[in-house]
Design a protein around this ligand. Structure first.
Ligand SMILES: *[C@@H]1O[C@H](CO)[C@@H](O)[C@H](O)[C@H]1NC(C)=O
Ligand SMILES: *[C@@H]1O[C@H](CO)[C@@H](O)[C@H](O)[C@H]1NC(C)=O
Ligand SMILES: *[C@@H]1O[C@H](CO)[C@@H](O)[C@H](O)[C@H]1NC(C)=O
Ligand SMILES: *[C@@H]1O[C@H](CO)[C@@H](O)[C@H](O)[C@H]1NC(C)=O
Ligand SMILES: *[C@@H]1O[C@H](CO)[C@@H](O)[C@H](O)[C@H]1NC(C)=O
Length: 224
């Protein structure tokens, strides 16, 4: 595997004004690139350990989300595909191909009961304002589109593991052409108990200065 130093050196030459966001090299499956996080958003206080393993296949990005120290396993069992599962507990990723701070990106979330949310987000102004227009285009047939998910919960181990595949075609990557592509991604987890609902604690790989959708904080990912 190429060294992360070589990857960072290449980026520094190409774009000297990069924000300080984390980077990850991701190999072809079955090898994996692994990131972990345990900081809350936006305060960066202690947050349950969370791990994400990534690799790419011919047609998809394979992502294993692992929630450690999980005690709530809290979801709403009336919610189904593309419902607001983020009001409860989810693990999620934002994904955009390329190196720029994206204006449009995939938002993918999974709940402890294996229900998923998948949509393209279009942030019309890219400015922080409560009234700034923001649109969501849902992917309504995820199985046909090539999204897959498998979820395993272990209450004694306090773990929740969801293994998902995200189709590369959504990002105009043809079959078998993922090697060498560059990405911006972030990863989040929400924690909320029945007793504290709807108040959530959020954690992120690259914690933004406000909750969630601030794309300049998306980390940098290279498929090697
Ligand atoms: C948080 O993550 C860092 C880096 O992986 C690790 O060194 C540290 O022990 C973790 N903190 C806790 C409280 O688990
Ligand atoms: C689940 O969602 C329904 C519909 O919004 C709501 O009536 C119900 O109270 C929710 N259940 C929980 C456990 O929050
Ligand atoms: C739109 O993008 C800006 C800049 O990244 C961000 O501050 C804002 O929160 C985003 N809007 C929404 C509704 O997510
Ligand atoms: C989770 O959902 C997927 C469909 O997205 C399904 O194939 C799988 O069997 C479900 N169940 C579990 C336990 O992961
Ligand atoms: C719980 O952890 C043990 C030890 O790592 C492992 O053998 C077992 O398979 C885990 N159980 C589940 C349901 O994940």
């Amino acid at each position: 595997m190429r060294s992360i130093t070589a990857f960072l050196a290449g980026l520094a030459i190409a774009t000297p004004a990069l924000a300080a966001v984390p980077s990850l090299e991701v190999p072809a499956c079955p090898d994996k690139g692994t990131l972990t996080y345990n900081q809350s958003v936006p305060d960066k206080t202690n947050f349950p350990n969370t791990q994400v393993d990534l690799c790419y296949e011919d047609k998809s990005i394979s992502i294993t989300f692992t929630a450690y120290e999980e005690t709530n396993f809290f979801y709403n069992d009336t919610y189904t595909t593309n419902d607001p599962i983020y009001e409860y507990e989810v693990m999620e990723t934002f994904i955009s191909r390329g190196t720029a701070d994206p204006q449009t990106y995939l938002e993918f979330e999974i709940a402890p009961n294996n229900v998923t949310f998948q949509a393209s987000i279009y942030n019309l102004s890219k400015t922080a304002s409560d009234t700034a227009p923001f649109d969501t285009a849902y992917w309504t047939d995820p199985l046909t589109d090539g999204f897959t998910a498998t979820t395993t919960l272990s209450k004694p181990n306090e773990t929740w593991i969801s293994v998902v595949k995200i189709p590369l075609g959504l990002f105009n990557v043809d079959d078998g052409q993922a090697k060498g592509t560059q990405w911006r991604m972030n990863f989040f987890r929400t924690v909320v108990a029945p007793s504290t609902f709807p108040e959530q604690v959020l954690g992120a790989w690259s914690p933004p200065d406000e909750a969630f959708h601030v794309t300049r904080f998306f980390g940098r990912v290279l498929f090697v």
